[in-house]
Design a protein around this ligand. Structure first.
Ligand SMILES: Cc1cc2nc3c(=O)[nH]c(=O)nc-3n(C[C@H](O)[C@H](O)[C@H](O)COP(=O)(O)OP(=O)(O)OC[C@H]3O[C@@H](n4cnc5c(N)ncnc54)[C@H](O)[C@@H]3O)c2cc1C
Length: 434
């Protein structure tokens, strides 16, 4: 009898686990269970719509999805349609690959004002994620602040200043493209508590900010240090490249183009200002002591009508799985959580790294499953399908998803690669067409 494995979540971590299991050559039956009808997690709903080449990694995942041993069950939410305890009862191994979909809070006064968003919601909105399509942020403002100095902060700032031409080859939904292109935002401030060396941007993303059609990057030369300090070789090279890019930015003139993205280091937000709506941000200057940002007691205000906090993510607890509230992950020993229960990707290690950082997680856990689960023996897929049928849960197969995708491609206008369906109903309606 094949070893039966259920992988909850169809993002990179889930797919890398399935791929490693398939590659093991062991007799396995692998079911990928996804809450949305659409697969690929943050590849579809997080990676920026103007970065289509990055999204191409999904083609590799598709090869795994189409393997004989693998079956995709979209539109099935664990915790709603079926419980984790039930899955553990019927599968030899269950892998949590559910990501980290919630924003970390800034925990400052005024965070609940209108016009303040976490990046998970904001990025989900411009990526057509069904949960965030109704966010409707007011972009009729002249300045915006993005908190955080990682690639997500850069994504948000870049997408907000893109031109029609620059968005043309991406899959941003029309409801987001229209207000972005019509927005009078001229200044975006990216604030980081720490300095340019500590910032987590990767260099390709940072450099891209210097090549935009209507926006010029701004950074004050006096905050850029002469060197990056004592770091390991690889880290040192990366940081030196960022510093060189920022030095180039420091030479750019503010009036070169219509819009500006200001990189503001050593500034920590302390309060969102305004009435019901955000009107500005109060920040405290910081300096680095023993690697930590500490306040200097000097405060300043910036006027802005939109704030997006891109300061990290945390996972949601899943009933039946242990949860570390402080770290926002499932506690685990290199992916082993409990007998027959494993974790990979952001739910395992928190929101760090790039897409391929999730691959070693999948390889390690596939190895543990093969070591731990012996000859298998649990009914797996057959018992799972029985539960779905008894509860009238409408699951989406990979072939169904391909029909949805084909309709998205068919509906595409101009150079856009697809016109995303942004509600579950629209997706299911495609399958109900005669
Ligand atoms: C805004 C943003 C942009 C990024 N851009 C890049 C980039 O350009 N390049 C790069 O290399 N990396 C990028 N990353 C990082 C990359 O997306 C992550 O490393 C990767 O997606 C993490 O994979 P994961 O499988 O752990 O989680 P996810 O991709 O989040 O996948 C989790 C999946 O689990 C599903 N799920 C959750 N709960 C349940 C449940 N109860 N039942 C069933 N299914 C469930 C979710 O719907 C989702 O499909 C970006 C991240 C973010 C947030």
């Amino acid at each position: 009898m094949p070893v039966s494995v259920a992988i909850i979540g169809s993002g990179p971590a889930g797919f890398y686990t399935a791929e490693a299991l398939v590659n093991s050559g062991v007799d396995l039956s692998i079911d990928i269970i996804e809450q949305l009808p659409t697969p690929f997690g943050l590849i579809r709903g997080g990676v920026a719509p103007d970065h289509q080449t990055t999204k191409n990694v999904a083609k590799k995942y598709e090869k795994t999805a189409l393997m004989d041993q693998v079956r995709y069950y979209g539109n099935v939410e664990v915790g709603r349609d079926v419980s984790l305890a039930e899955l553990r009862g019927i599968y030899d191994a269950v892998v949590l690959a559910i990501g980290a979909p919630r924003d970390r809070k800034m925990n400052i006064p005024g965070e609940d004002k209108n016009g303040v968003f976490g990046s998970a919601d904001f990025v989900g909105w411009y990526n057509g994620h069904p949960d965030f399509r109704d966010l409707d942020p007011d972009l009729n403002v002249s300045a915006a602040a993005v908190i955080g100095v990682g690639n997500v902060a850069i994504d948000v700032a870049r997408v907000l200043v893109r031109t029609k031409n620059e968005l043309a080859c991406g899959d941003i939904p029309g409801y987001a493209e229209k207000p972005i292109l019509g927005s009078p935002i001229d200044d975006i401030y990216i604030f980081g508590r720490r300095g340019p060396v500590e910032a987590k941007f990767t260099n390709v993303e940072l450099r891209e900010m210097g090549k935009l059609e209507q926006s010029v990057p701004q950074v004050k030369a006096e905050v850029l240090p002469d060197g990056v300090g004592d770091l390991e070789d690889r880290e040192k090279r990366l940081k030196e490249r960022n510093l060189a890019t920022l030095r180039e930015f420091a030479k750019r003139q503010p009036d070169e183009l219509r819009k500006r993205v200001h990189f503001e280091f050593y500034a920590s937000p302390v309060e969102i200002l305004g009435g019901d709506r955000v009107e500005g941000l109060r920040l405290q200057r910081t300096r680095i002591e023993d690697g930590r940002a500490v306040g200097t007691g000097e405060f300043f205000d910036v006027e802005c009508g939109l704030v997006v906090a891109a300061i990290g993510y945390r996972s949601d607890p899943l009933e039946g799985a242990p949860f570390d509230e402080k770290q926002g992950i499932v506690p685990n020993d290199d992916g082993r959580v409990d007998d027959g229960l494993y974790a990979v990707g952001w739910i395992k290690r928190g929101p760090s790294g790039v897409i391929s950082t999730n691959r070693p997680d999948g390889i390690a856990v596939a190895g543990y499953i093969i070591d731990d689960c012996g000859e298998g023996g649990k009914a797996g897929r057959k018992a799972f399908e029985k539960i779905l049928k008894e509860r009238n849960v409408r699951s989406i197969s990979y072939e169904d998803w391909k029909k949805i995708e084909a309709a998205e491609i068919e509906n595409a206008e101009g150079e856009h690669p697809r016109k995303k369906f942004v509600t579950v109903k629209e997706m299911l309606d495609v399958l109900d067409r005669p």
